[in-house]
Design a protein around this ligand. Structure first.
Ligand code: HEM
Length: 439
């Protein structure tokens, strides 16, 4: 009765308590409410110029509140499977959760007009949160004897998180009135490259190799393609650092910042061209033909990914700032956000089933994983997410204030839809357990 899904290599002894991933996953809809509020309050200023504080605030509600929270929850869950041992000192995860939230709130507070010390507080909270996460999870992944491409990709993602955080914290000092570093723009360029391609891309790509075959019975990409993608990803993450050795110049066409962006091309092609093409093809060839609403998210997210290399080229070549904002919007909310949203609608029912219902198997009738979250709910979430994505893109193109506020409303609705789905699944699992306590 498990919906035909294996236990994903998990055993109850190794997996963290359900509360660990679930508490991070619940931060995703909460952050969407915050993003919606910023858009409704600040209007088009939050989708206008890349250096607008409101834009940087909204960006990080998306990248830290939505993506990082969801990905950290997923990594706490997946690392024991890959490493074969539980993550050490797992209780620290609750502290990581509180510190990440504090860091995010203070970061946003400062950028929306709060005092400078809010950014100092954000810096310390985020640094401590990331140390508390990176040390045990990084250690588990590094000491894993598994050498497959998924493990390598996860290691790359976690290492990228450490690097991007160090760079982000360095630039953030400027907002704490401690002065921006001289090479602020180059640091920011490499920060966002390592963040989007190494951390987000590395994780989406490597986890897709595990979950797409498992959830949809789709063929895995050939080992050689996986190795080539990882190789290109590593090359495109290392090459931009060469720009730090260049002398600053006044030639805009050949500035270190521009060259750093171009040097990331191998990684961008791996993550935003080859990976989506191969994954869309493999989904098309899947053996499980039953309709599965979570596939809508994969298809949409991967299709948006195919737009990102041309958009990144326009963002770095054209003078019009709207290209940069459109690129960021589609990368964060259209590609990564879409895939994360879809995965949460699969992972949460699986985890609740695994933690709450597997102990009851053989003792009573247990609902299937699919029975915990209806396809209708998943489709509704997708429709609202897609509407907010299109509205946001229209806002960026037209710079219309009213559209920006409508986008905020649609993001808020996405947050409510996802939040109610996650709470619904948790509630069903809890109710089952209470009705049939395990003796
Ligand atoms: C420790 C966590 C982080 C800190 C402290 C941080 C800090 C910053 C700061 C201060 C800026 C503005 C740069 C400037 O004004 O020159 C920035 C920009 C940016 N960051 Fe982060 N960041 C963090 C995490 C992330 C993550 C996880 C991502 C993506 C997954 C990300 C993506 C971006 C992007 C795309 C921009 C450019 C925003 C724009 O052009 O408006 N950051 N970051």
């Amino acid at each position: 009765m498990n919906g035909g899904m294996p236990n994903a290599g998990l055993s109850l002894e190794q997996a963290p308590h359900l509360l660990v991933p679930a508490s991070f996953f619940l931060m995703v809809p909460l952050s969407l409410l915050l993003a919606g509020a910023i858009l409704m309050h600040a209007g088009v200023a939050s989708l206008s110029h890349p250096w607008n504080p409101q834009v940087i605030a909204l960006t990080h509600v998306g990248t830290i509140g939505v993506l990082l929270m969801g990905m950290v929850g997923a990594l706490y869950q997946m690392t024991p499977v890959v490493a074969g041992t539980p993550v050490a000192a797992i209780r620290v995860a609750h502290g990581v959760h509180v510190l990440l939230l504090t860091g995010l709130v203070c970061f946003v507070w400062r950028l929306l007009g709060g005092p400078a010390f809010a950014m100092t507080l954000a810096g310390y909270s985020l640094a401590m949160a990331l140390l508390g996460f990176l040390l045990p999870v990084g250690w588990s992944l590094a000491s894993s004897v598994t050498r497959d491409e998924t493990t390598l990709g996860m290691r790359l993602a976690v290492a990228s998180l450490a690097v991007l955080a160090a760079m982000g914290l360095l630039v953030a000092r400027g907002y704490a009135e401690s002065g921006f570093p001289d090479n602020r723009f180059l640091l920011t360029q490499v920060h966002l490259t390592v963040a989007l391609l190494g951390w987000v891309g590395g994780l989406i790509v490597s986890i897709s190799w595990q979950v797409v075959p498992m959830f949809y019975l789709a063929p895995s990409p050939a080992k050689r393609s996986r190795q080539a993608m990882l190789g290109a990803l590593v090359a495109g993450l290392i090459l931009p650092f060469a720009a730090f050795a260049m002398q600053p110049n006044n030639d805009v066409a050949l500035s270190p910042t521009r060259l750093a962006a171009v040097a990331a091309l191998p990684a961008a092609l791996a993550v935003w061209f080859f990976h989506p093409l191969l994954t869309l093809h493999s989904i098309h060839q899947r053996k499980r033909r039953r309709t599965d609403a979570s596939l809508l998210y994969w298809r949409a997210g991967l299709s948006v990914a195919l737009l990102l290399v041309p958009l990144a080229a326009m963002a770095s070549l054209a003078d019009d700032y709207r290209w940069q904002i459109l690129f960021g919007w589609l990368a964060i909310w259209g590609w990564a956000g879409m895939i994360l949203h879809g995965m949460l609608t699969r992972i949460m029912p699986f985890l609740v089933w695994f933690h709450r219902l597997t102990p009851l198997i053989g003792k009573m009738r247990v609902p299937s994983i699919r029975g915990l979250l209806s396809q209708g709910r998943i489709k509704t979430g997708f429709a609202i997410h897609l509407a907010s994505l299109v509205l946001g893109a229209a806002t960026i193109v037209t710079q219309s204030d009213i559209l920006a506020r409508l986008t905020g409303l649609a993001i808020t609705a996405t947050g409510f839809s996802l939040g109610s789905s996650l709470v619904h699944v948790l509630h069903l699992g809890q109710r089952h357990l209470l009705q049939h306590p395990i003796k």
